[in-house]
Design a protein around this ligand. Structure first.
Ligand code: G6P
Length: 601
């Protein structure tokens, strides 16, 4: 949700900033802008649309030998996507520039106060007030002015600021992520390490309420109270550029779908030794009475699977909440409760807020996160990292299957710690699940043909029962978010309570018909769809002819343990959505109105 990059010290900051924006574009892509200092003045260039349009702007090529700059790619919250609303924003005199990610909640009040003092605003954004507030406090020391301004601000910010006459960039964060890049003779700041990897692998994650001042050769970090932080570990990032490049694939989403045999394996790496599970969980598992899982989007669908998985394997009751609902519904806690937060990015604002609430109530927090060092990870007592590698495509794919793996691992760990029992059947199946995924991926061409048949549909229904119900929700989400086809996921038995009214001749109904205890019931539901002339696309592991004789199309998946089946059934649905969206001509990595990490409420 908005990407920030700043660079100081490299000979020409412009290509660094543009490359950084390109890497951050998954965070927002409705407009972009850049600000650099040339001849002791700030030059700002902005453009609506994607970063490539900014890079092609005629004025960009005239910017040379400029060593300091900040840039931004936007996902609109306050004010439409337009050049005025694009960042960087300037103060009245055009001497201070800011780029901001987050939301200034008291911006109305601050704007009125500043307008009364004579400040003139050029945009509809909440962010612009920060530039004016800094201008108000500025008396020759940018860092001091930023600190004073931020004391007045309520809300979330990842911020980078520059002044035309100061050879520094001041960066600050509260709620929105920010990472510093350290290199010899150059310093960087960005919303995410992917923007820095071309230049350095040495990074420092800023914490909330911290301000960093970067010059080309040094950096300082202070709290917003002005206290210097003397020692802050520099972390070495072990990803390489290769992992964040498309490497010949048309889209990141396809690359990430196809990476799943590997990403799944990574979840297990070094975590199962002699059939014992090793997880760094810092809570006493024996005191656990109930678990709340909080998450958003695709991660919430993984959370729903987590309920089935943990209740079945570990025998502990689990409640699942949308993080955004959890934080406002005053949940009733009892002794023995703990929270699991699931998040690919580790920075989703609602999930972060939900764990902060839990922290206030002294509940232990375990998070299942992909991005190392992210806010959710740092606010948790224990973290299970997915190790799935960067996920760039806006629609989450490999993170979902990795989250399910992590949940199974955690459930097995609880069982092991409480009863000293290793569930060898599940453990052994986990170790070979990647072979089943490879099998599923072989059906790509077949799935593409089915996508070609349904891509022009207006609606689609996804039906599943038991553990296939969250898969149905996830399949429907994938289709709607990247192809814009209206899609709904339902527990199959609920279909007759409403959604069946949508079924008409040819309506695609994707039925998850695994050979489990609910198989017969699912077959009845398929019959109900066929009676209304719906087009049934069945995902099944069944060898019998019953599903294939009823369904219009069948996607076969290999038989795996019931508890692991969502891993193999969700992948064909990812591919179906992908190919339908491509056929509709949509930029699947950057679908309209969406952003990869949602750092605002
Ligand atoms: C956004 C993304 C989704 C993601 C959700 C939760 O909406 O577009 O793909 O599932 O945020 O994100 P998280 O990073 O917390 O898993």
């Amino acid at each position: 949700m908005c990407g920030i990059i700043g660079s100081i010290g490299v000979k020409n900051a412009v290509p660094v900033l543009l490359k950084g924006l390109e890497r951050l574009e998954y965070r927002g892509y409705d407009s972009a802008g850049i600000c650099v200092v040339t001849n002791n003045s700030l030059v700002v260039i902005k453009k609506t649309g994607k970063v490539a349009e900014l890079a092609a702007h005629s004025a960009i090529s005239s910017l040379k030998d400029t060593t300091i700059g900040i840039a931004h790619t936007r996902w609109a919250t306050h004010g439409k996507p337009s050049e005025e609303n694009a960042h960087p924003h300037l103060d009245c005199k055009g001497e201070i520039a800011i780029v901001h990610n987050g939301i200034i909640e008291n911006y109305h009040k601050l704007k009125n106060e500043l307008e009364e003092k004579g400040h003139v605003f050029r945009s509809e954004t909440d962010s612009e007030i920060v530039a004016h507030l800094i201008e108000y406090y500025y008396n020759g020391n940018l860092e001091r002015a930023v600190i004073m301004a931020l004391k007045k601000v309520e809300g979330a910010f990842g911020l980078a600021v520059m002044h035309k006459s100061e050879k520094s960039i001041v960066a600050a964060r509260r709620g929105s992520p920010l990472v510093l890049g350290i290199s010899d003779g150059a310093m960087f700041v960005a919303s995410d390490v992917s923007a820095l990897l071309d230049y350095t692998s040495r990074v420092i994650y800023l914490d909330d309420n911290e301000v960093a001042t970067l010059t080309s050769k040094s950096y300082t970090i202070k709290t917003l109270e002005g206290n210097m932080i003397r020692s802050r570990a520099v972390q070495e990032i072990d990803w390489n550029i290769d992992k964040i490049e498309k490497r010949g694939y048309k889209h990141f989403m396809l690359k990430e779908i196809l990476e799943q045999p590997i990403s799944i394996e990574k979840v297990l790496q070094n975590r199962i030794i002699n059939n014992r599970i090793l997880l760094d969980i810092k809570i006493d598992i024996n005191t656990l009475k109930r678990l709340y899982i909080v998450a958003c989007g695709t991660s919430w669908h993984a959370a729903l699977e987590g309920k089935y998985i943990i209740e079945r394997i570990a025998g502990i009751p689990v409640e699942v909440d949308y993080a955004s609902e959890f934080r406002y519904r005053n949940p009733l806690f009892i002794k023995g409760d703990a929270i699991i937060a699931i998040s690919q990015s580790g920075e989703t604002a609602d999930t972060l807020a939900a764990i902060r609430l839990a922290k206030e109530k002294s509940l232990p927090i375990i998070s299942i996160v992909n991005v190392v060092g992210s806010g959710i990870a740092r606010n948790s007592d224990s973290v299970i990292y997915l190790n799935a590698g960067p996920e760039i495509g806006v629609a989450s794919t490999k993170a979902f299957t990795a989250q399910i793996m992590a949940l199974v691992l955690f459930a097995l760990y609880i069982k092991q710690e409480r009863n000293d029992i290793a569930d060898n059947e599940i453990l052994n199946s986990l170790k070979v699940i990647n072979c089943s995924i490879k099998e599923v991926l072989k059906s790509r061409e077949e799935i593409k043909k089915i996508a070609d048949e349904i891509y022009a549909s207006r609606d689609a229904l996804y039906l599943g029962r038991g553990m296939q119900f969250p898969v149905a929700l996830e399949g429907a989400l994938k289709l709607k978010e990247i192809s814009y086809i209206h899609a709904e996921g339902y527990p199959a038995a609920e279909m007759k309570h409403g959604p069946i009214a949508l079924v008409e001749e040819g309506t695609p109904v994707i039925a998850l018909a695994m050979e489990d205890v609910l198989h017969e019931k699912m077959i009845s539901n398929i019959q109900e769809v066929k009676a209304r002339k719906g087009k049934v696309i069945a995902i099944t592991d069944s060898q019998s002819l019953r599903v294939s004789s009823l369904a219009d199309r069948v996607i076969k998946v290999p038989k795996v343990l019931d508890i692991l089946s969502p891993i193999v059934t969700s992948i064909p649905l990812q591919l179906l959505a992908y190919y339908a969206a491509v056929k509709r001509g949509i930029d699947v990595d950057k679908p309209r109105n969406l952003a990869k990490s949602v750092t605002v409420e």
